[in-house]
Design a protein around this ligand. Structure first.
Ligand code: SF4
Length: 376
């Protein structure tokens, strides 16, 4: 199914100094396990050396990978090269927290071959950073972005969050203006979601504040798209913007086009052919499993052709390039154009999709409501 595409490698670093108030990701604040964890990752890599040959993207995500020293990050890259063929033109990304970044750290990680940096800025408004319980300040965010450029990074991505209680469209646009002022190559703009178990989720349930309703959420989304497109960015996926087609996240693209990927570390997901599997979430269980000589896999699922087809459509329609009808027909034996004609006509009339040059793609309005497109 996806054997001719070069796989991507994801490594999850499940540690954070403190938990942000909205965070529902798995991460631990017990940093004492960090070196045992890294040894376990190196062992997990070796366990996969006969299952994956080469990678052309590496994404070190988290958690907070910038808690790793440049030497530890270099050790990760060395181990990857010892176990696999890491292509010479690989995109190698590290996610970072602005609080951990300074000129010398950034220069060191640039020198060892990290060529893309993602900075979790989240907002250029100190009040929003306080509300979210972020570890970094506005000043640290600004210094981190400036220092990354000075350190020689030519591919900088900023993560931002909108729809925060108390935030207006204008104050959000102000954050976007400041972000664009640094000319980052990539921007990810996520809407704040409040999971019930998080501290902010609990405060929300207790009625301490309200969050934007559907209409306002839609306005945030459309204003973001419009503002960034006007500033020269391509809105290429629901939450992602790039300053040129060559600057889209090559690694994340693999998730959306069903390319194979290997995920190492707790809770990491992998995908190959029609198989998806994921690791134990707990760092302890992950390390114990590997030390016992076992892959730390919690569960595996085999996807049927029908499941793969639905996923390909759902994921494809999250991206601006959409789905090529002819490729889709060849791969899944399904001619969307004739089999789903009624539904496609309706969505076209509603202005949610367009069909041009054999390609089915979402309009900007369609991108705002991708879930409604999964009815195709
Ligand atoms: S830095 Fe990221 S992973 Fe860590 S607590 Fe904050 S949002 Fe969660």
């Amino acid at each position: 199914m996806n054997t001719e595409k070069t796989p991507g490698l994801y490594i999850h670093i499940p540690f954070c100094v403190s938990k942000c108030l909205y965070c529902d990701f798995y991460s631990s604040t017990s940093l004492s396990l960090l070196s045992f964890f890294l040894d376990a990752v190196f062992n997990e890599m070796a366990m996969y050396r006969n299952h994956f040959n080469s990678f052309d993207t590496v994404y070190v995500g988290g958690g907070t990978p910038s808690l790793l020293s440049p030497q530890q990050l270099e050790h990760i890259l060395t181990n990857i090269r010892e176990n696999f063929d890491l292509k010479s033109n690989s995109e190698i990304t590290v996610e970072t927290n602005p609080a951990d970044l300074n000129q010398s750290y950034l220069e060191s990680i640039r020198e060892i071959g990290i060529n893309r940096i993602n900075i979790g800025v989240q907002s250029f408004d100190q009040k929003v950073l306080n509300f979210l319980g972020r570890r970094h300040s506005l000043t640290q965010a600004i210094l981190a972005v400036e220092a990354s450029r000075k350190a020689g990074f030519h591919n900088i991505g900023l993560d931002l969050i909108y729809g925060v209680p108390g935030q207006t469209i204008d104050s959000w646009l102000d954050t976007l203006k400041q972000a664009v002022g640094f000319s980052p190559e990539h921007l990810s703009c996520y809407q704040l979601t409040l999971e019930t178990k998080t501290p902010l989720g609990k405060r929300y349930q207790a009625g301490e504040f309200s969050i934007p309703g559907e209409e306002l959420q839609y306005e945030f989304f459309m204003k973001t798209s419009q503002f960034l497109e006007d500033a020269g960015y391509i809105h290429y996926e629901v939450s992602n913007f790039a300053r040129g087609t060559e600057l889209v996240s090559r690694h994340n693209q693999k998730y959306w086009d069903h390319s194979p990927y290997l995920g190492l570390g707790p809770a990491a997901h992998s995908f190959q052919d029609n198989r998806r599997w994921w690791n134990h979430r707990s760092v302890d269980q992950y390390i114990t499993s590997i030390n016992g000589g076992n892959l730390p896999v919690e569960e595996t699922e085999i996807l049927t052709t029908e499941q793969l087809r639905l996923e390909a459509l759902y994921l494809g329609l999250r991206t601006k390039k959409g789905v090529y009808l002819e490729d889709f027909k060849n791969q899944y034996d399904c001619d969307l154009f004739t089999e789903k004609k009624k539904m496609l006509d309706k969505l076209q009339e509603e202005g949610l999709i367009s069909i041009q040059d054999g390609r089915l793609s979402p309009t900007p309005t369609g991108l705002a409501v991708t879930d409604s497109l999964s009815q195709i």
